[in-house]
Design a protein around this ligand. Structure first.
Ligand SMILES: NC(=O)c1ccc[n+]([C@@H]2O[C@H](COP(=O)([O-])OP(=O)(O)OC[C@H]3O[C@@H](n4cnc5c(N)ncnc54)[C@H](O)[C@@H]3O)[C@@H](O)[C@H]2O)c1
Ligand SMILES: [Zn+2]
Length: 333
């Protein structure tokens, strides 16, 4: 029997959309022989792919009671969730994230969407999945850079909330794996599955309280104001760094901690140095790839900036952040 049989038997019709890099896994866990495969990259995260998914559903005879199961990383779950939210004015969907980032972040929370004219996630919906099922063993084939990107979001979550020393345990696990010559701790015999569940649970609890990001959900943006600016900076000219989203988030977390300290908000002395050292132990970067001043144009244009003020998430100790509006000038060198 396939692994998802108990969950899937509740639905009269089940269709699968998967990242073509995990097609065999998608068949194996769902028992569906003909998943609709997509190319999972940002260039294909478009309305055209959403329409391709809707067409595939239509031609396979998917009705309003159907479930669309998404198997893949954030690109796949964002696309499938969006298609499900508009096909026949909305059918149900569920996620099986196959990246670490998907398991702790993108597969949870109901944000769906596509890129528009090169701008990320400009069109989308909020629609909660029926369930998100995590199979940690699928991470064994994940490329190291992708794993590192997810690790940064996982550590970000534990800087926001740190139950049972999850942050310290995650650092210890990944630092030990790195010291042994690999980035990924063996999923079978480590605490990784439990830590993934803890991070996913924290995000889910935050979203449950604030689905539409009017309050607490904003905390999940820790590190992201800098990350988005770094991503803009590196795409603005050829030959610059090639940091993943997660790597940029790691740098952003340290910057946010430095600002918290500068503003006299810190509750844990030496937090920026501690975070910087521990992120590096896990193979993540922690320093800006350019002078801060070069990031300011992007930070001024941030969606969350209004008349020279920007809402930032500032870590004051591991396990506690505060959301604060600051004048962007404070970031000037
Ligand atoms: N909806 C949300 O709340 C949310 C949150 C964060 C990010 N996102 C979105 O998620 C996307 C990034 O997603 P991602 O980082 O999960 O990865 P991804 O979907 O971009 O996949 C990254 C790469 O890994 C490959 N891959 C996936 N699983 C694999 C596996 N198990 N083994 C081998 N290769 C595998 C993919 O084919 C792809 O080449 C972005 O588009 C971002 O906007 C959404
Ligand atoms: Zn992110």
């Amino acid at each position: 029997m396939h692994a998802l049989a108990p969950e899937l038997k509740k639905f009269r019709q089940v269709f699968v959309v998967c990242d073509r890099n995990v097609e065999a896994f998608a068949r194996e866990i769902s028992g569906v022989d003909e998943p609709f495969c997509i190319t999972a990259d940002e260039a294909h995260k478009t309305m055209d792919t959403v329409m391709d998914i809707c067409r595939a559903l239509l031609s396979a005879g998917a009705g309003r009671e159907a479930l669309l199961l998404a198997v893949g990383g954030g690109v796949t779950t964002d696309l499938a969730g969006f298609a499900a939210s508009i096909y026949k004015r909305g059918i149900r969907y569920a996620n099986v994230p196959t990246t670490l980032l998907g398991q702790v972040d993108a597969g949870i929370g109901g944000k769906t969407g596509v890129n528009l004219d090169g701008f990320k996630n400009e069109v989308g919906t909020i629609r909660q999945p029926e369930f998100t099922a995590v199979f940690p063993e699928v991470l064994e084939s994940l490329p190291e850079k992708e794993l590192r990107s997810g690790l940064a979001e996982m550590l970000k979550t534990f800087v926001i909330k740190n139950p049972a020393h999850a942050y310290e345990r995650t650092v210890a696990l990944f630092a030990a794996a790195r010291a042994n010559g690999g980035l990924c701790p063996a999923v079978g015999d480590s605490e990784l599955p439990e830590l993934i569940r803890a991070a996913a649970g924290i995000k889910q609890a935050i979203v449950d309280k604030d689905e539409f990001e009017k309050g607490g959900r904003r905390k999940l943006n820790l590190g992201h104001s800098w990350a988005h600016a770094i991503e803009w900076w590196q795409s603005a000219a050829p030959g610059r760094t090639d940091l993943s989203h997660g790597e940029a988030v790691a740098i952003g977390i340290v910057q946010a901690a430095r600002l918290a300290e500068k503003l006299g908000l810190a509750e844990e002395p030496g937090l920026p140095a501690r975070l910087s050292e521990e992120l590096q132990l896990c193979g993540l970067p922690s320093e800006l790839p350019c002078p801060q001043g070069e990031l300011l144009p992007a930070m001024r244009n941030d969606k969350k900036a209004e008349s020279g003020r920007i809402r930032l998430v500032l870590p004051v100790k591991v396990g506690k952040v505060i959301v604060k509006q600051v004048n962007i000038n404070i970031l000037e060198p």
